[in-house]
Design a protein around this ligand. Structure first.
Ligand SMILES: Cc1cc2nc3c(=O)[nH]c(=O)nc-3n(C[C@H](O)[C@H](O)[C@H](O)COP(=O)(O)OP(=O)(O)OC[C@H]3O[C@@H](n4cnc5c(N)ncnc54)[C@H](O)[C@@H]3O)c2cc1C
Length: 408
């Protein structure tokens, strides 16, 4: 088991520098254009695929880094480049993690490569859990999966919303209720293979930030998928449902569900994305404060500005430490006895929102325009306190974990 260390090893430093180079040379220069276009930056994803950043191999390598720092380091660098484009590059990973967390080896081997495609023909994937009436309250999900035993097929019906890459994905991972009475414990995840009839894109959302990332509704009308598309397989599902029913009878509620397992695994990674955006804005603000002169001296000569920068940097470093701790704990199998994963996401996302707002203030009028990137970074940062569980939900998880009480 890897000891916790803040010292990156030579391999990690090499990967970090390589990613930083890609973020600086390819992502950052394209950021403003794709933000304005509000379209998936396919050429940039393709560039990432060509150099090996957009691939299962790359993420698997980072994911299985025994120190746990591979994923947060990668996320920080890519999102330092630009959050919208970076989410287009890593969004497929959320669906891939859903398969890794719940799928059999065969399912992992079959579907994950189809999620990425290859450098000549890149594909994306979508993880569809949220619904118009089931955001934070995942248990109230209305999408149903009914088993047609005669055909060994599952029939999916419902409407998903806010799905990153929804409708444009080659492979959709859809969470649906198999036994609605069990709430979130009655949910299961399904692969919807490319070209399956009945799945269509609903509304594509025009967003405040991360506009290069495609977000849309996904409508499921009598979508039939083969039995082998149930992640983890029927036997495992039946066992899990039987256990959940037993626990429900006995009044217990300790059975994990598929969607929650996915969210738990991805929370520190979202914290790392937030650290990347915060660091990017802080660096622009520091540079500006050193060079912008008012009253005959650089504005950083004023404590009012310098202290803001000192606080910004302190909070960014603190956020990174929480993220690294949680990622190390996840990789080394340490139990999250104080909800450290949620803590890292909560703190880093709030820091990103605050720091990017401070960066606008430090750049004054320029900060408020699209001539400088901090305006975009602030719009982008607002997503971190919302997706993968809002800040309020993170606090709820932390408070429940610490107190052992069902705090509402
Ligand atoms: C750009 C974007 C991309 C996304 N990508 C995906 C994706 O790929 N796949 C996917 O499945 N989902 C995705 N989501 C959905 C996202 O996870 C949800 O938006 C989020 O979980 C919040 O749900 P909601 O929007 O329905 O808000 P609601 O749950 O309606 O919450 C509204 C407000 O009420 C608060 N609130 C709710 N319940 C409580 C409570 N018990 N205590 C205190 N406060 C509470 C919330 O914190 C929030 O402030 C995405 C969302 C966005 C905006």
């Amino acid at each position: 088991m890897a000891e916790f260390t803040l010292e990156l090893n030579d391999d990690q430093k090499q990967v970090r520098d390589w990613l930083h180079g890609f973020a600086e040379d390819v992502i950052r220069p394209a950021a403003a254009e794709w933000d304005e276009r509000e379209e998936t930056p396919w050429p940039v994803i393709q560039e990432a695929a060509k150099v090996g950043i957009y691939s299962l191999d790359f993420y698997a390598q980072q994911f299985f880094d025994p120190t746990g720092l591979g994923i947060p380091m990668a996320m920080e660098e890519l999102f330092w480049g630009d959050a919208g484009i970076a989410l287009s590059i890593v969004g497929t990973g959320l669906a891939a993690v859903g398969v890794l967390a719940n799928g059999t080896e065969e399912q992992i081997g079959t579907w994950i490569p189809q999620m990425y495609g290859d450098a000549d023909d890149v594909k994306v994937a979508a993880f569809c859990s949220s619904e118009p009436d089931a955001g934070s309250d995942v248990a109230s999900m209305r999408t149903r999966a009914v088993y047609d035993e005669a055909k060994d097929e599952w029939v999916l019906n419902g409407t998903k919303t806010w799905a990153t890459n929804g409708g444009i994905a080659n492979v959709h991972v859809v969470v649906a209720a198999v036994d609605a009475e069990l709430g979130s414990k009655g949910h299961a995840s399904f692969i919807v293979p490319p070209g399956t009839p009945g799945l269509s894109q609903g509304q594509k959302f025009k967003k405040h930030g991360i506009r290069a990332s495609h977000t849309a509704e996904v409508v499921l009308e009598d979508v039939r998928v083969p039995g082998h598309c149930l992640l983890g397989g029927k036997e495992k599902l039946d066992e899990r449902l039987a256990r959940a029913r037993e626990k429900a009878k006995a009044g217990g509620d300790r059975v994990k569900n598929a969607a929650m397992a996915t969210f738990e695994a991805s929370r520190p990674a979202v914290g790392a994305m937030a650290v990347g955006t915060a660091r990017a804005a802080y660096e622009v603000a520091l540079d500006y404060a050193r060079t912008r002169e008012q009253f005959g001296r650089p504005i950083i000569d004023n404590q009012g500005v310098a202290f803001q920068l000192a606080d910004m940097r302190t909070q960014i470093d603190a956020a990174r430490l929480l993220v690294w701790r949680a990622s190390w704990m996840a990789t080394t199998g340490k139990p999250f006895t104080s909800a450290e994963g949620s803590m890292s996401k909560l703190y880093a996302s709030e820091v990103a929102k605050k720091v990017t707002a401070q960066a606008i203030q430090i750049l004054g009028g320029n900060g408020y325009t699209r001539e400088y990137p901090v305006e975009r970074m602030h719009r982008d940062a607002a997503i971190y306190t919302i997706f993968e569980g809002t800040s309020e939900i993170q606090r709820l998880v932390i408070a429940r974990t610490l107190s052992g009480l069902p705090i509402r």
